[in-house]
Design a protein around this ligand. Structure first.
Ligand code: FES
Length: 134
């Protein structure tokens, strides 16, 4: 099962069968494990560079979304949206660091601007904040 763990004060820790693509479709990496920025401050997006220590993420509230029963295997494609979220396509489970399952299914969009009101999911707030992520 592909898994994204929303760390309490840091990045998305992604494990499994992963393919990371840029907004223009270029394959950036096919790692078994990677750490992706979700605070919006990394200077090495989409990867975490440790800048989240400045973001104050530790006190945030995480929201839940659809949790399907199936736990299918397969490739998880993670594609960055220009100035927007991480779009996930493929079987995956999104968990909080304490193990709470926030989403299980085949498609979602995760906030990477750090400003969503429905973290860890994108709620469109990035369109109004000037978030820039090429
Ligand atoms: S990327 Fe943060 S609200 Fe969409």
């Amino acid at each position: 099962m592909n898994r994204v763990v929303v760390t309490a004060d840091g990045p998305y820790c992604c494990t499994g069968s992963l393919e990371l693509r840029s907004a223009d479709g270029q394959v950036l990496a096919t790692p078994a494990e990677t750490r992706l920025c979700r605070c919006g401050l990394s200077r090495d997006k989409p990867w975490c560079d440790g800048s989240h220590t400045l973001a104050g993420l530790a006190r945030e509230i995480l929201h839940a979304d659809t949790v399907e029963q199936s736990s299918a295997a397969g490739l998880l494609r993670i594609r960055t949206r220009r100035d927007g979220p991480l779009k996930l396509d493929g079987p995956c489970e999104v968990r909080a660091e304490d193990g709470t399952i926030l989403m299980r299914g085949n498609e979602t969009a995760l906030c990477r601007c750090g400003r969503s009101g429905r973290k860890p999911f994108c709620d469109g707030t990035h369109r109004h904040t000037g978030f820039a992520a090429p």
